[in-house]
Design a protein around this ligand. Structure first.
Ligand code: AMP
Length: 121
């Protein structure tokens, strides 16, 4: 997979665009989604250049994978949503409507989230 350095999350990582930051580590940067789809909607992106979960799972080092997964859990704890519950989503490719070609996990929380969307929605 070819990584496009001009995507919006790459620009945020290079400080060319602002973000509403929640957390940052060696492996990840977390910030609020600019167009929230739930009461709490955060994004956790990798520091390194991976197009999607498919790319990350194939190419990332074990340290990056462990660091990123632990960071997602840490962000949920920082958001205070662990007790009431939250939903993680990582879109990959066209069928999932992935808009930004840089790996990110969505954290949805702060409300009852209902059941998952059906495949046709
Ligand atoms: P996806 O469809 O999984 O690629 O989701 C991309 C997400 O990035 C969407 O929920 C957008 O609202 C969000 N987004 C796009 N640009 C920005 C930005 N500059 N800051 C924060 N979130 C953004």
């Amino acid at each position: 997979m070819i990584y496009d350095n001009s995507n919006v999350f790459a620009k945020i990582l290079r400080n060319e665009l602002p973000c509403n930051k929640i957390y940052e580590s060696e492996y990840s940067l977390a910030f609020y989604d600019i167009s929230p789809q739930a009461t709490i909607h955060a994004l956790v992106i990798t520091k390194c250049a991976y197009v999607s979960f498919a790319d990350f799972s194939a190419r990332a080092s074990e340290a990056e994978i462990v660091g990123y997964i632990r960071d997602i859990g840490e962000v949920a704890r920082l958001l205070g949503v662990e007790a009431d519950g939250y939903r993680l989503i990582a879109n990959h490719g066209a069928n999932a409507n992935q808009e930004v070609p840089h790996l990110h996990v969505h954290i949805f929380a702060g409300q009852k989230l209902g059941s998952l969307l059906s495949p046709s929605q």
